[in-house]
Design a protein around this ligand. Structure first.
Ligand SMILES: NC(=O)c1ccc[n+]([C@@H]2O[C@H](COP(=O)([O-])OP(=O)(O)OC[C@H]3O[C@@H](n4cnc5c(N)ncnc54)[C@H](OP(=O)(O)O)[C@@H]3O)[C@@H](O)[C@H]2O)c1
Length: 281
């Protein structure tokens, strides 16, 4: 893969290499958008059963040789449990038109904040996912929106730890406790909504740093994720912005500016939290 050869990669605990930046397909996508993202240079594509776009994503990617791209999908929170996880994943494979995905994640740790059975359901889902990996149907397995206590619960019965945790991460909402926990346990953090879904647009600090480095505020957000060892998954439907969001290797942020971004007040949060009802902001 061209992007990988340039050394712009991250390596998972299981040795698998991923590009340092992936393409988020939620509400993007459209076969046309995924094709445009491929043409722009993306080689890692994040989808989910919940996004209802796996067919389009699969169609766009299958036009290119299989070894040139990676795809991740997810098991939705109402499909947790051993049998339901298998059924969900078989549906994803069918819709994607593949016999193997590169990454499979549990989308959220709980069906609802007050589900008393979430620990058992997560563990059973994980047992199914370990089998999927052993059978070569998913090369890597991981989770999404898991906080340290969800991860600790999973590890009680897991035979292998998750290789990835995909969480909301952007300036103004860093979830540093989870990022640190993952770093200590060799788990790659992926950033969903790495741009704060435009809720950060016009923030004075991002504007100031954009001016200083001669780049857009969006590129400041994405470079910031890279500085902290986090793999961002920006979504764009616009080919120009898709390309812009990959241009992250011609500049770097000074440690002092990274600290300023880390110290930014809480802002741009989606309102979604695995243990609480959604907050409409
Ligand atoms: N695991 C989970 O629970 C979860 C939850 C949410 C999202 N995700 C994943 O994370 C991906 C990204 O998150 P997201 O889609 O919520 O938000 P995001 O990537 O933070 O933001 C996307 C928004 O930013 C705009 N944008 C993109 N590039 C830009 C640029 N260079 N300058 C200005 N605006 C720009 C896009 O508009 P245009 O399209 O017009 O460019 C779109 O409105 C999703 O697609 C999905 O794959 C996962």
């Amino acid at each position: 893969m061209e992007k990988m050869e340039k050394g712009r990669t991250v390596v998972l605990s299981n040795g698998m290499q991923l590009p340092a930046v992936g393409y988020g397909t939620y509400k993007a996508a459209g076969e046309e958008a995924v094709s445009a993202a491929f043409d722009a240079g993306y080689r890692y594509f994040d989808t989910a059963a919940f996004y209802e776009n796996e067919e389009a994503v699969g169609r766009a990617l299958r036009r290119h040789p299989r070894e040139e791209w990676q795809v991740a999908t997810k098991i939705w929170k109402t499909e947790l449990g051993y049998d339901k996880a298998w059924a969900s994943f078989e549906g994803s494979l069918r819709r994607l038109g593949l016999d193997q995905v590169d990454v499979l994640l549990i989308h959220w740790p709980k069906a609802s904040p007050d589900d008393p059975d979430w620990q058992r359901l997560d563990r059973e889902t994980w047992r199914a996912m370990e089998e999927m990996r052993q059978q070569g149907l998913a090369r890597t397995i991981g989770v999404s929106n898991f906080l340290p206590h969800h991860l600790e619960s999973l590890l009680v019965t897991a035979n292998e730890p998750p290789a990835i945790d995909q969480i909301e991460f952007h300036p103004g909402y860093l979830q540093e406790e989870t990022v640190e926990w993952c770093r200590d346990h060799g788990i790659l953090v992926q950033a969903w909504s790495p741009l704060g879904r435009q809720r950060l647009s016009g923030h004075p600090l991002l504007a100031e740093l954009g001016e200083k480095y001669g780049v857009s505020p969006a590129r400041i957000c994405l470079r910031f994720a890279l500085e902290l060892g986090v793999m961002p998954l920006p979504k764009s439907s616009d080919p120009g912005r898709m390309a812009e969001n990959l241009e992250l290797f011609s500049f770097s942020l000074s440690p002092a500016d990274v600290e300023r971004l880390r110290g930014m007040e809480e802002t741009g949060w989606s309102g979604e939290h695995p243990d609480r009802e959604r907050v409409i902001l």
